[in-house]
Design a protein around this ligand. Structure first.
Ligand SMILES: O=C(O)CCCC[C@@H]1SC[C@@H]2NC(=O)N[C@@H]21
Length: 260
């Protein structure tokens, strides 16, 4: 199910019927000295995790996969991998669903379609895997995509790929496209030497500037409109009282009722 381009580049696939979390399994493999370029794919996850300790619904038919990269860049550049993952998944989604469907990235780690969440990304790292292949730093790019169904119990809108792409919108089609687009995104990024290029590609597929957003921070919720992402990957929110630079936070469409 790996795209032939991925096999040619030495990527491998471990496919599980059921697993706790593909991110956890990939991190474990990294710590155990796996050389990387390893995809862990699961039909379902029993402990799928999202950002900020949230659970990620992981039923059969949806896409749950993680890519282990050993020594992908200097460790201080690792946060840029969220943008690499975003570009990879949005390109795969567009390849499957077609252009003009309104699939768009929302900072930091979501893919929306028509304001509803279609996919979520979780990038994690470990520095415990010193081996012949690595200085010890590994990163895991986790991709959760609603393909066959979407959860309906969440406090924000959700959707799934099948509603956009019909029968073509399967987990297998998405994974094959993603295993190729991830290589393209990593090549473009060039181990962090070309964050400018990946930032441009990310912005090309982002929500349009002017989209109303709300940012939940410990002090307050800030409402404004999306302006851009700066050269360091921070969100720039235009508010009534000037631009707000956001390094981390829960961001949601301002007319949504809760964060995603
Ligand atoms: O939106 C989010 O909060 C991120 C969700 C990330 C879910 C994916 S599914 C594959 C990988 N394994 C996990 O346990 N999580 C990520």
């Amino acid at each position: 199910m790996l795209h032939p381009a991925a096999r040619e580049r030495g990527y491998r696939l471990h496919h599980h019927a059921s697993i706790g979390s593909t991110n956890e399994e990939a991190l474990e493999r990294g710590r155990a000295g796996d050389p990387g370029r390893l995809w862990v794919l699961a039909d379902r996850q029993t402990a799928g995790r999202g950002r900020i300790g949230r659970a990620w619904d992981s039923p059969a038919g949806n896409h749950h996969a993680s890519l282990l990269l050993v020594d992908p860049c200097p460790q201080r550049l690792a946060p840029q991998l969220a943008f690499v993952a975003g570009v990879a998944v949005v390109k795969a989604l567009v390849a499957v669903a077609g252009e003009g469907m309104g699939i768009a990235l929302k900072w930091p780690n979501d893919v929306l379609c028509g304001g509803a969440k279609l996919a979520g990304l979780l990038v994690e790292g470990t520095s415990g895997g010193r081996s012949a292949h690595s200085s010890g730093f590994s990163a895991v790019l986790g991709f959760g995509v609603n393909c066959a169904s979407h959860p309906t119990h969440l406090s924000y809108p959700t959707t799934h790929l099948g509603l956009l792409a019909g029968e073509a919108g399967t987990r297998d089609a998405l994974f094959a496209a993603l295993s190729a687009s991830a290589i393209d995104a990593l090549d473009l990024w060039d181990r962090g030497r070309n964050f400018a290029g990946i930032r441009r590609a990310w912005l090309d597929h982002a929500l349009p500037p002017g989209t109303p957003l709300a940012v939940a921070r410990p002090d307050a919720t800030h409402v404004g409109t999306f302006k851009t992402v700066d050269d360091d990957g921070r969100l720039i929110l235009e508010t009534g009282s000037g631009c707000l630079t956001v390094e981390a936070g829960d961001v949601f469409l301002a007319d949504m009722t809760a964060a995603s």
